[in-house]
Design a protein around this ligand. Structure first.
Ligand SMILES: [Zn+2]
Length: 294
């Protein structure tokens, strides 16, 4: 005998008669299977929904990341443009430095090697510094110029030291030029000419006599026709002589600087009046002292 099942549907209002639906075991199994399938479908849909939500979230994150990357790329592009602008400015400055470097080398009479960064003359004859293509190259050029500036600084110190030992100032500030270098008629008369081994400056007795360059005092004495005289060796074979002084201040062996007062002018020795006689020699050979001031 087939088992039978029934479902009784009761209305909440007692007015209606309850309904009874009868079904067999097979129908019951089908109903349970349907319910199970329904539950399975709902579960699968729920799982698919969760997976899809996670996927969408991932895609959204990727989109946001890509948008951020695009913004970053734009910012980097702007930064690269700015850096290129800086490189161009540095190149302009390097060109200016190269031109000054060349001028300084010329003034200091340094061998022109084209500078550490390799300056060269372009087709127009204009000095041209190598152009840096990047900030890295610009930094390398700047470093090369820094080394070059150090060499120029050393050369300028040597130049300054050499200049200090060259006559560039006059031995008197109040003297008036009164007699030149070379043959002249004897100021003491007699009608014959004599060689004037220096130049004369007429000045009152007691006027300060200045060392015309740095050097070492090689004599300070009274000597016949010169009267009181001082001689100074300036190096490089150059010597100067200051004669007819009223008084010598410098002592032999004293190192003097350019502009130091070494004596007071006078009229001592073979002299026709108050004046300073200023002589010079190079490697022991008499030269016109004024030739240093050309
Ligand atoms: Zn003289």
């Amino acid at each position: 005998m087939k088992k039978k099942y029934s479902i009784i549907i009761v209305s909440p209002e007692n007015a209606k008669t309850p309904r009874q639906i009868e079904f067999t075991l097979t129908v019951k199994k089908i109903l349970i299977s349907c319910a199970a399938l329904f539950l399975l479908a709902v579960s699968l849909l729920a799982a698919a929904n969760v997976i899809q939500a996670a996927y969408i979230k991932g895609v959204q994150q990727k989109i946001a990341y890509n948008e951020a990357l695009e913004k970053e790329i734009e910012a980097k592009k702007l930064e690269i443009e700015r850096l290129n602008g800086i490189t161009a400015l540095i190149n302009a400055d390097l060109q200016a430095i190269a031109e000054y470097e060349s001028e300084i080398n010329s003034v200091l009479e340094m061998p022109s090697t084209g500078g550490a960064a390799g300056i060269s003359r372009g087709g127009s004859g204009r000095l041209e510094a190598p152009v840096a293509g990047s900030l890295d190259e610009a930094a390398a050029h700047v470093a090369a110029y820094a080394r070059s500036m150090k060499e120029i600084y050393s050369a300028s110190l040597a130049f300054n030291e050499a200049l200090r030992h060259l006559p560039t100032i006059y031995p008197t500030r109040n003297g008036v030029f009164s007699s030149g270098y070379g043959y002249r008629s004897n100021p003491f008369g007699g009608g014959y000419s004599e060689f004037h081994d220096g130049v004369d400056f007429s000045c009152p007795v007691g006027s300060p006599v200045y060392a015309v360059a740095a050097g070492t005092v090689t004599s300070s004495s009274y000597e016949g026709g010169w009267g009181y005289k001082v001689t100074i060796s300036h190096g490089n074979g150059i010597s100067t002589l200051y004669a007819h002084n009223s008084r010598n201040l410098a002592q032999v062996g004293t190192v003097v600087d350019k502009g130091d007062v070494i004596a007071y002018s006078g009229n001592s020795g073979r002299s026709t009046g108050a004046h300073l006689h200023f002589g010079a020699s190079v490697n022991g050979v008499s030269v016109n002292p004024l030739s240093f001031y050309d």
